[in-house]
Write a protein that binds this ligand. Structure first.
Ligand SMILES: C[S@@+](CC[C@H](N)C(=O)[O-])C[C@H]1O[C@@H](n2cnc3c(N)ncnc32)[C@H](O)[C@@H]1O
Length: 283
């Protein structure tokens, strides 16, 4: 069936692309990033990678698979960057930020009163909207004298560069309350009039770093909160289980882990207890 479908589709494509090519590419992606690529991502892989094939002036997907094999060092990051899914938004799944503000931060104000220090990790941060939303929530609700830092990591180097620049198309802040826009964003002028930039105060709080969740985690010290939202969905059960255990090892007791709206730690053996809609607490 897949082969028959493939033949039909091939006719309309700029580059020849087979299920064999797709299988090579998804296996490579899975081995490196842990991301499971289901059959229905066949077309998505074509559209994401056709641009690379055009840029490299290659003949077809088979040549691209060979190129990846022989030029791994130059091409692998670009391959991974092309196939990651980076959908995100400021204050996405806003109930998490409300819980952070109303429940977690008042607790941390007491628990960390001696150190006056807060550490948060945004794992799979994409273009940075999640990390900056956390920074806004912290700065709006905690004394400015506290030492507050957010580590924001992703596998994809393109999104990290965009995140660190702090520059967004103006539509990205549609729907944010005016008081937030005024307080935290600078509007571009002239040729940048369709852009906004987050204020330096927010940028100073967030460190963007490349980190593959499948690899080593060089962080030392514990976090008070971890956001790993809309990332687990791409992983198999064993990987989720392993990640949950690693997150547990990096959180202070009683701290919260926020995951994405279609994700769950249900049926995994973890030290986390579900305490709200996709909100977990380390027992
Ligand atoms: C859909 S975005 C989620 C962004 C943000 N957390 C949110 O919920 O709005 C998923 C991000 O996970 C990243 N990602 C996927 N696999 C990863 C891995 N193995 N290590 C680190 N990041 C990964 C992708 O590059 C992508 O930017």
């Amino acid at each position: 069936m897949a082969v028959a479908m493939d033949r039909v589709r091939k006719k309309n494509r700029e580059f020849e692309y087979t299920w064999e090519d797709f299988n090579v590419l998804r296996k490579l992606s899975n081995a490196h990033s842990g991301i499971i690529v289901p059959d229905d991502k066949f077309d998505m892989f074509y559209s994401r990678l056709a641009r690379r094939i055009r840029e490299l002036k290659l003949r077809d997907f088979k040549s691209y698979c060979q190129y990846l094999d022989t030029h791994t060092e130059q091409e692998f990051t670009k391959f991974i960057n092309a196939i990651t899914t980076n959908l995100t938004a400021f204050f996405r799944e806003n109930h998490h930020f409300e819980y952070l503000q109303k429940t977690v931060l008042p607790e941390l104000l007491q628990r960390n009163a001696a150190s006056r220090r807060i550490r948060v990790w945004s794992a799979g941060c994409s273009t940075g909207e999640e990390a900056y939303s956390i920074a806004m929530t912290l700065l709006e609700n905690l004394p400015g004298s506290w030492d507050m830092k957010i580590l924001a990591t992703d596998l994809d180097t393109n999104v990290l560069a965009a995140a660190a620049s702090g520059v967004y198309a103006v539509e990205r802040i549609d729907g944010l309350p005016e008081r937030r826009v005024k307080r935290w964003f600078l509007r571009g002028t002239g040729t940048h009039k369709n852009q906004v930039r987050v204020k330096p105060e927010l940028q100073r709080m967030v460190s963007f770093k490349q980190l593959n969740l499948m690899g080593d985690w060089p962080m030392q010290g514990l976090f008070d909160v971890i956001f790993c939202r809309n990332v687990l969905i791409y992983f198999d059960r064993e990987t989720k289980q392993r990640l949950a255990a690693r997150y547990a090892g990096l959180l202070r007791d009683g701290s919260c882990l926020f995951i994405g709206h279609s994700e769950s730690l249900h049926q995994l053996d973890t030290r986390f207890q579900l305490i709200g809609n996709t909100i977990y607490r380390l027992k």
